[in-house]
Design a binder for this molecule. Structure first.
Ligand SMILES: *Cc1c(COP(=O)(O)O)cnc(C)c1O
Length: 398
């Protein structure tokens, strides 16, 4: 007889992706089955699909205090980032050419690769990019942003919160600085923020933040993979990035992914609807786990800020160990975590984020990221802490 013992899984990699919630799936089901109409058609099923998309747009706009017409659905965070950066450049290009200037973008060294590699692409097209340093906790200094401004600066792109260490950036202050700069000099510099890790996890209000462009992705807040939005303030019109049909008011072609958009809106409604309680709960579990690791495993160092940190992020360095080995050992206990970002794992390169924060290569490689969810309990956190304690004392005794 075969006995199958089902072991509990500890999914501690919610910054990489999250499971689709039951509610989001339920909202999607009709549009995956009988309600398959193309939202661009004029007969009834098409119009029902269209109204599902427009209701979703209203729901999502309300979560960030935007207007529905400022929300453009995309295929996710990467596309939104690409569109914001490339679009900002293309919009400014002819004016720059007339003045004989290359164009300049200000970003920082700890952005997601969707921003960094798009900047690299724009550099290959002749644009200058300033990659600002961050401090040892991963904070961008708003003064550095202002000091880097040039006559041909067209865009600042600073993430709302970092995906590896959870540091929440001073987006509001940077937005204010750029607005004052415009009042003083007349120079309008667009401000984009990659809010993929922050949206649905901390409260966001686009008018309070003074941002022009904001990226988000559904699968980081219990929505489906492959959908997201770009918020674009009403007074700016970036050229389209995906060319084709007239969807999304002619700015983003492609038949709408109706089920995904509906699932995204449902997930966003839930995540943003109880954000206060969610933040308090996650922060408690986060701090409990951080405290246990710092207090009970000798030498442990917290990466990132203690205060200005996403409620779901724990990132620690266990000096003298190797993150990849830890991941494999944790995997044997059905604990799923990350060393650096998911996109960089499988490569031996140490995290660009931790390196920018001043860690050595060895310290960066000895770091582990645990990202919890609204359903991670104190008992789950205790089990992870106990297991890590065991693994580390074994590793260090060899
Ligand atoms: C996950 C992530 C992205 C990419 O989003 P996708 O929807 O997976 O393309 C971009 N930026 C940050 C900060 C992320 O965490």
């Amino acid at each position: 007889m075969i006995i199958i013992i089902s072991m509990k899984n500890y999914y501690m990699d919610n910054a990489a992706t999250t499971p689709l919630s039951k509610e989001a799936l339920e909202a999607m089901m009709p549009y995956l089955t009988e309600e398959f109409g193309n939202a661009s058609t004029i007969y009834m099923p098409g119009q029902r699909a269209k109204s599902a998309v427009e209701n979703s747009r209203r729901t999502i706009a309300a979560t960030i205090n935007a207007r529905p017409s400022e929300i453009y659905f995309t295929s996710g965070g990467s596309e939104s980032d690409n569109w914001a950066l490339v679009g900002a450049y293309e919009q400014a290009r002819s004016a720059l050419r007339e003045k004989g200037l290359p164009g300049h973008i200000i970003t920082d060294k700890i952005e997601h690769h969707a921003v960094l590699n798009t900047c690299g692409y724009l550099e290959s097209r002749g644009v200058d990019v300033t990659y600002l340093d961050v401090d040892s906790q991963g904070n961008v200094n708003p003064g550095d942003v202002m000091a880097a401004i040039r006559e041909d600066t067209i865009l600042v792109s600073i993430m709302t919160a970092n995906n590896e260490v959870g540091t929440i950036e001073p987006v509001k202050e940077i937005g204010e600085g750029l607005r004052k700069h415009q009042e003083k000099t007349g120079q309008r510099i667009l401000f984009h923020t990659d809010a993929v890790q922050a949206y649905g996890h901390i409260a966001l209000d686009v008018s309070g933040l003074n941002v022009d462009l904001m990226s988000s992705s559904a699968h980081k807040l219990n929505g489906p993979k492959g959908t997201g939005f770009l918020y674009m303030r009403r007074d700016i019109t970036l050229p389209g990035f995906i060319h084709g049909g007239a969807q999304e008011r002619g700015r983003r072609a492609g038949t709408e992914n109706v089920p995904a958009i509906v699932g995204f809106a449902r997930a966003a409604e839930i995540a943003c609807g109880n954000i206060g309680t969610r933040m308090i709960r996650e922060t408690e579990v986060r701090d409990h786990l951080i405290n246990r690791l710092l207090n009970e495993i000798p030498g442990t160092v917290l990466n990132g800020s203690r205060e200005s940190r996403l409620p779901n992020n724990i990132n620690v360095c266990f000096p003298g160990t190797d993150g990849e080995t830890l991941l494999l050992l944790l995997n044997e206990h059905s604990i799923y975590a990350s060393a650096g970002s998911a996109c960089a794992s499988g490569s031996l390169e140490p995290s660009h984020v931790l390196m920018a924060m001043g860690l050595s290569k060895d310290e960066a490689r000895a770091s582990l990221r645990l990202t919890i969810s609204h359903d991670t309990s104190m008992e789950d956190a205790d089990c992870v802490a106990d297991t890590l304690k065991q693994i580390l004392s074994r590793l260090r005794n060899i």
